[in-house]
Design a protein around this ligand. Sequence first.
Ligand code: SF4
Length: 951
Amino acid sequence: MQLTRKAKTVSTDSKPTLGINRRQFMKGAAGATGGIAAATILGNGMMRKAEAADYIPHNTPTEIKRTICSHCAVGCGIYAEVQNGVWTGQEPAFDHPFNQGGHCAKGAALREHGHGEKRVKYPLKKVAGKWQKISWDQAINEVGDKMLEHREKSGPDSLFFMGSAKFSNQACYMYRKFAAMWGTNNVDHSARICHSTTVAGVANTWGYGAQTNSFNDIQNANAIFFIGSNPAEAHPVAMQHILIAKERKNAKIIVVDPRFSRTAAHSDLHCAIRPGTDIPFIYGMLWHIFENGWEDQAFIDSRVYAMDEIRKEVAKFPPKEVEDVTGVAEKDVYMAAKLMAENRPGTVVWCMGGTQHHVGNANTRAYCLLQLALGNMGVEGGGTNIFRGHDNVQGATDLGLLFDTLPGYYGLSTGAWKHWSNVWELDFDWVKGRFDNNEYLGRVPMNTPGIPCSRWHDGVLESAEKLAQKDQVKMAFFWGQSVNTETRQNDVRDALDKLDTVVVVDPFPTMAGVLSDRPDGIYILPACTVFETEGAVSNSGRSQQWRQQVVQPLFESKTDLEIMYLLAKKVGMAEQFTKRMRVDGNIVNLDDIQDEINRGMWTIGMTGQSAQRLREHTENWGVFDFKTLEAPGGKLKGETYGLPWPCWGTPEQKHPGTQILYRTGRHVLEGGGNFRARYGVEHNGTNILAEGSYSKGAEIQDGYPEFTDKMLKQLGWWDDLTADEKASAEGKNWKTDLSGGIQRVAMKHGCIPFGNAKARSIVWTFPDPAPVHREPLYTTRRDLIAKYPTYEDRQVHRLPTLYKSIQDKDLSGKYPLALTSGRLVEYEGGGEETRSNPWLAELQQEMFVEINPADAAERLIRDGDDVWLEGAEGGRIKIKAMVTPRVQPGVTFMPYHFAGVMSGESLEANYPEGTVPYIIGESANTALTYGYDPVTQMQETKSSICQIVKA
Ligand code: SF4
């Protein structure tokens, strides 16, 4: 395909104008408050000035709907006011257990979704360079025909299914199932580029890859340690809980971040590490902890395996070495360790500043090691509070919307496929027959992770011989995900040019719809926002909330589930797709989907939360305690809000949910636990089960393996099963027994179904069993590469992956500034939705780079100047300079929410009419570069290099 790029250069001053006149107030509010306090200032009065009120008779009755903010995983509750089917007002829920009336600027602007001037309003197809309106029938028929055509020519893996962290849990589950029925693992979503390294690192340390405690529980902490996390902007309402701990308990706040962030402004100690040096910093803290005997040896002896291996690694990082590598003064590293040691329990919080590195999985394991050494796990006020970004990125991860697993982290082994075929009541051979069963580069597609969302473009551009699948990706769905969140935007655009068929399914066109100048082969299908449908979403603390439908689908939009069903029908797999579910017209019954989720998700205990139980919790959110999250009385007495998993057994067994993971101080039936026995019972001849540690009331008062039918028989507990349960449990284990009998009996005896083991300090199946510092692929500290080199180039799943061949090229002379990136309070993710919201668009109108005054002075750059920033792979962007000591000399920072301008060229002409967001700007990812975690394929957006010159 030959394409001509439109060379229309715009200055950053000529953005689309807003046409609304509250700018001064809104800008003032943002400047004064930033994140957390904006909530109360922007709250109610603003929202009541709804444009739609003009059309509603004065005395029209108001219906109140309970909804959940869609902009981060705190999960704030909002009351939406609806009159005559129009969303006319909103209130933050003062009786909600997460936010108690707080919300940030994004939450305050939610009602705009109910109007959506900038949305895609009907299905569109590009013909000869022009967007044309088409019918849904035509759209489904043509898209379905293309799917079948590519399947026929290039196999099922020639399609890529990008999914969404905005789907409800029910839609997440069905989208993963859709990909499975289609016969591919080329399905993924934005967790790949936010917390995939957390999931891998943390799950492989103690069992589950999720936040261990809750936002509310932070109120119990005596120390709060942030590394690569800036909740004052990214999770503003979480700050409520943090500031309560600070005010009521004098909790110490330590912030480790290359920038002096808004969260750092609340801290007792800020350590500005050089980007990409998390492991040396943590090892530096552990050096002092071990040196001073501050570790919790009793905890380590009973609940941690191989901490001695870590001591050996830590010994390589004495104070001087840590100062040299991280750039943080010896005394500050010591103080960070001391504050954590003297103020227990303390919690560790991290976000994408920690995860988005090519050593991301090792970073997350290092953070866990700090908590294990201090004995801070499984207790109130402790744990690892890993804040997630989108409203349902936790649920999407749990439900397997990932390239490397089926729902519930079952993986992709044949056993996993058999389990889910059993759940679906489908013949395993039929499911297998949907896949390409040939072998490529020694890998069989059905059992091999697919193409990750961080690198779908490599699946398009890389030669077919280098891919572990039959052919390149020819057709891609971008369903609720912005591609400007991926690094290497020039390659992303080349891949969009090259794909035969692009299908965007979204309320907005997103960058997948407009980045390429291609004249045809592209469709945009209007999906509803989350407020035009209902379903459950999981917040970062694993609590599920049943979001009520606020308004009917706007324009010609359809729900995600309906679009999936129409496509399944078109390509001939609807019968299998919905075998166990009622379908009314094209609407699949939500309760039946939830029932099937409960039928299969035994691994994480996402089995006890029926649709009815979840609805009951949301309808009664006011009865749950703001600190403990438990209902103190009434019908839901003892239950934890949102039934956070594990909510063991069947819904009828009424498990209360688990707010704090691995908490031995509680009985399993009250949310207690211990570390999971996931890696066998011994390693190199050494026992790895817990020693003398067990959860309250356990009849096995020591470590034990995971429960199976055989174990029940050995223990003499088999006859506790009913006859039906016995029939189901025979030959099965706690993860595959669909009756839940094995889990029920284990819990009856006070035991945790997944066993009781030690956390492991080393992950012997990973490239680096103990976390190892490796300099970023692009680094300004070339002198450290010999000592801390990256990996050799290697094949990771389906894609060749470069490491050493990139690091070997010295580009530090041309690009002398370290480059990192992050989030702003006003926008979310790729920003298409929030930059199209006039109320938010007023708050932040320019894409910018933060540069230290010393670096700016050297370049004769003044605050507010236009500058060109060029990344190490040649990606150039024209943006504003923000000259600020917030970043250290030699370090620069950019937000990543902007798009719509590329290398100085406006992309406005590529948008369908009326859909250009109020704010467009250069994407940080045009300048950000190669670099992928070898376990998860996380991209390295937090440590690259660049040069900046005045424009
Ligand atoms: Fe709450 Fe997050 Fe929404 Fe802000 S963006 S209102 S903190 S859920």
